[in-house]
Design a protein around this ligand. Structure first.
Ligand code: IMP
Ligand code: MG
Length: 192
């Protein structure tokens, strides 16, 4: 416990913290640069369209805070929370809405802002659920796309990074609700 500190092990930046060995996968600078690019793409595509950014809590709270400041057109915000039952590292695919949107999205241009697409089941469920509310259209912006075999088609239009099939934490993503505040994206190597 205590403060977190980095170590260099075999040339790799590693964090030893809370009995965990966490390797930096994407550092702050890379995250910032890519988030800026995504914001610029959305700015270009959505000029004069007044989109509503729908953020999926809690994992995307840092991503939406950063990307929205790179979007230079008027946008509105709404928030949803979902939980997918399962153990701490594997999602079960059974999705439950724990907090719904405050506003109607009927006839609105919706951009879903997600942290990560793993099996894709959460996103699939969300898109279907929101589609039923008759928006003008829905696009998906996801920071991370995990390299896992999927049966469903990938609906992500704005994607930050492809990442390997590893469990990652930081920049909003958690392991058992911890590590969301890491400014970088890390991968838990082992539980010591
Ligand atoms: P999916 O339904 O399998 O695509 O899982 C999506 C949700 O599981 C994400 O929105 C995250 O909340 C969580 N998740 C999936 N992979 C990771 C990970 O590597 N680290 C932290 N959370 C993850
Ligand atoms: Mg999430």
């Amino acid at each position: 416990m205590g403060l977190y500190k980095f170590k260099k092990i075999n040339g790799e930046k590693v964090l030893i913290y809370d009995n965990m060995k966490i390797k930096v996968l994407i550092d702050e600078k890379k995250l910032r640069r890519r988030v800026r690019e995504l914001g610029q793409e959305i700015t270009r595509d959505y000029k004069d369209r007044d989109p509503v950014l729908v953020s999926v809590l809690r994992g995307s709270f840092i991503f939406i805070a950063d990307i929205c400041r790179e979007i230079k057109i008027p946008v509105t915000f709404d928030f949803m929370a979902v939980s997918s039952y399962g153990n701490s590292k594997v999602s079960s695919g059974i999705v439950r809405i724990t907090k719904d949107l405050e506003f109607s999205i009927e006839n609105k241009e919706v951009i879903i802002i997600e942290d990560i697409v793993d099996s894709g089941r959460t996103l699939n469920y969300l898109v279907k659920n929101l589609q039923a509310r008759n928006p003008k259209n829905i696009e998906v912006c996801a920071l991370l796309d995990k390299d896992v075999p999927r049966k469903t088609e990938n609906k992500v239009k704005y994607k930050g990074f492809d990442i390997p099939n590893k469990f990652v934490v930081g920049y909003g993503l958690d392991f058992e609700e911890k590590y969301r505040n890491f400014p970088f994206l890390g991968h838990i190597e082992n539980e010591q």
